[in-house]
Design a binder for this molecule. Sequence first.
Ligand code: UTP
Length: 404
Amino acid sequence: MDYLYAKEYLKSIGQSQLLKYYDELDEDERAQLLKDIERTDFGVLENIGAERAPLGKIEPIAPLGLEESARRREEFENKGLQLISEGKVAAVLLAGGQGTRLGFDKPKGMFNMGENKFLSIFELHIKDLCGVAEAAGRFCPLYIMTSETNNDDTVKFFKENAYFGYPEDKIHFFIQDVAPTCDFDGKVFLDEKHRVSLAPNGNGGWYKSLVSHGLDKVLKKEGAEWINVCGVDNVLQRICDPVFVGATVCGGYVSGTKIVRKERPDENVGLLCKVDGRPSVIEYYEMDDSLKNLSKDGKLVYCNGIILNYLFNISALDRAATEKFPYHLAVKKIAHVENGERIKPEAPCGYKFETLVVDMVAAMENCLPFEVSRKSEFAPVKNAVGNDSVDTARALLKENGFLL
Ligand code: UTP
């Protein structure tokens, strides 16, 4: 793309501010800026102010509760271990996020959860996965999704730590796609005078990014039929949990999600329900009070609180891959150039555009809500202080016997 074309094009879509500093740039910087403009998907901006389709008929889905999974634990665990030992289960760790709430400028997985020793979030996950491998007699292939910003640090960290004892050839890194960020008026930000602000496009893009890196072929060549998709920030998360895998497969489902039981109507958690007969995740702000408060035998009827741990059948994902997943607007603090200076705002200043893995659930024929104990499997590190913070997660790790 040359300068004159870019100028006309940006003018026609109301984004001329991206060339504001063009005259100040040297040759290389100009080329970089034009390259960024060429690869920017300005189409995502149409999502600003777009009306969301109204929700259809909402119905609850009864979870497979703690009691039943304890009763059938052996059956589920044996099935899960068998599938893992046959190489049929792989995992994806979603580690492309920017962790702005935590305010840590390295990949979140590198964050130190230790107090008297260094114990990163990545190490916690990999050590847990090593335990599964020991029980099954086989290592699950692990695909780690990074972003353009954090990929080099992530890969280096794994190398420096000898992959935490996991076989190097079982770990594959891939970089997720990006989308532009903009202010509240839809004007795309400059990250630097010669760089368009492009941010990771949300955790829902993982399968598309995996496919665009050709890794779906590797996945299938390795024989995987099921894939466990997890976020990086739940430090008590069990990846490729044989009991969860076994329960989903024994129940004849094409997908499953780990859930913690919602205890209070005002708890802010996404809920797995049925919408127009299909599994769907409804955000807490989308659900009206009558459904939020509905209870039976002293328990909330809509109670499947999702914790970003899904199991998908890979053939079902391939069928769903043709669907277009919607972009959601996330209000965030975004570093950008203002009056010639790069600033890091203290308050949210614009939008990022994200696809979400929850939207993949709606593309599945069915989904098992598999209840896990909140105290032993849910310790998210989202914020620097307060709820879901480093302190709350450390306390839960200790309660579960971890030495920090
Ligand atoms: P969050 O929604 O908590 O976002 O991600 P975040 O970017 O990590 O943190 P904040 O909101 O800026 O504070 C949930 C999970 O999805 C991954 C994250 O790495 C985390 O495991 N994620 C999120 C991606 O892999 N890519 C993205 O673009 C966004």
